[in-house]
Write a protein that binds this ligand. Structure first.
Ligand code: AMP
Ligand code: MG
Length: 324
């Protein structure tokens, strides 16, 4: 890990690291973020590894401009565009249906993606120089306080990130306000650095907090069931003997199963947990799209990113049982 002052030269270095699939912690106006190329799933998997998150939560993508941000969404409804024009760059995150370019690990399998354009000049210069949207959650260890100085990042993440850019204390110090749209109306997912009253003035209406009508996850920590395949998922031991079935699909960790299945996905031939995590959501989607009624999913080793993978597979298995 290199701890560097956020000079123009060092910002370029950090951008090159991110472009090459590495990670860099950097200041935004809210808190420090742990950034990676938001369109590179293996680089994004590394974020979860460094933070030691025991589960996959969706990440916020940071863009340099409104037009770069808009390309991450399938479509931008007029009320959303109005908020973007008024509050970006700034501490407002918008959640809308994602475009095909956004990898599953960024959204934790959700069909929507969270995007913002930060105001901090270091963050903006970094995203511009990297030339890609930067996925960045707060640069803290899971469950610890969000970092507002580069020293906080260093003490929590240590040697984890390839670079920590020191750009001084963050101006706002709390996370961004997160807004989504339901039937074209803005809804609050998480209060944060941008006061709700200001959003309401531009929206021309009150902005209610997300309630139970919302099936998507609400605030951080409320992400229990946000992805479950439509097929019934059953956890099995790797290589466990099964009756092959033409209506079942198979999610392998490293090796294809014996026998025939409707569809098979292998998470990592090398047995790498980072690669497995990067492939998890697209593999599950592919198996689901095969039309399988059942998905057998091999357990993976429950250390490092394996814990987050197992968390997700367990939730998918449970969810099905609960809704039967
Ligand atoms: P952080 O980056 O640590 O500030 O946390 C990001 C938070 O954004 C997550 O914990 C979610 O609560 C929220 N979020 C990100 N993407 C989505 C999404 N697609 N739908 C709802 N909430 C989201
Ligand atoms: Mg956080």
């Amino acid at each position: 890990m290199k701890f560097l002052k956020a000079t123009p030269v060092n910002i370029k270095k950090a951008a090159a690291v991110i472009k090459a699939g590495g990670t860099a912690a950097f200041p935004t106006e809210t808190v420090y973020g742990l950034g990676a190329d938001g369109l590179n799933p293996v680089a994004c998997a590394r974020i979860f590894e460094i933070k030691r998150r025991p589960r996959f939560d969706p990440l916020i993508l940071h863009a340099a401009t409104i037009s770069q941000a808009a390309r991450l969404f399938r479509r931008v409804p007029t009320p959303a565009l109005r908020l973007m024009k008024r509050f970006w760059p700034g501490p407002l995150t918008l959640v809308l249906p994602k475009s095909a370019a956004v990898p599953g690990i960024v959204t934790a399998g959700l069909a929507t993606v969270a995007v913002r354009v930060p105001a901090n000049p270091v963050a903006r210069a970094l995203i511009k120089a990297a030339g890609c949207p930067i996925a960045a959650p707060s640069a803290n260890r899971f469950g610890r306080l969000s970092p507002t100085t580069a020293a906080h990042v260093k003490s929590q993440l240590g040697q984890g990130p390839d670079i920590i850019l020191d750009g001084g204390r963050t101006a706002i110090g709390v996370e961004s306000t997160i807004i989504t749209f339901i039937k074209g109306r803005p809804v609050l997912l998480r209060p944060g650095g941008l006061p709700l009253e200001e959003i309401e003035k531009i929206a021309g209406s009150t902005v209610p907090a997300a309630g139970s009508e919302l099936r998507a996850p609400a605030a951080p920590g409320c992400l229990k069931h946000h992805y479950a395949p439509l097929a019934k998922l059953q956890l099995i031991a790797p290589g466990q003997h099964l009756k092959p079935s033409k209506s079942a699909a198979y999610l392998a960790f490293t090796k294809r199963p014996q026998g025939r299945f409707l569809a098979v996905q292998v998470l990592s031939r090398r047995g790498g947990l980072r690669q497995a995590a990067a492939n998890l959501f697209s593999a599950l989607h592919a198996l689901e799209n095969s039309g399988a009624k059942k998905i057998y999913a091999e357990r993976v080793p429950a250390h490092g990113l394996g814990r987050a993978i197992m968390d997700r597979l367990r939730r998918a298995a449970l969810r099905r049982e609960n809704t039967k």
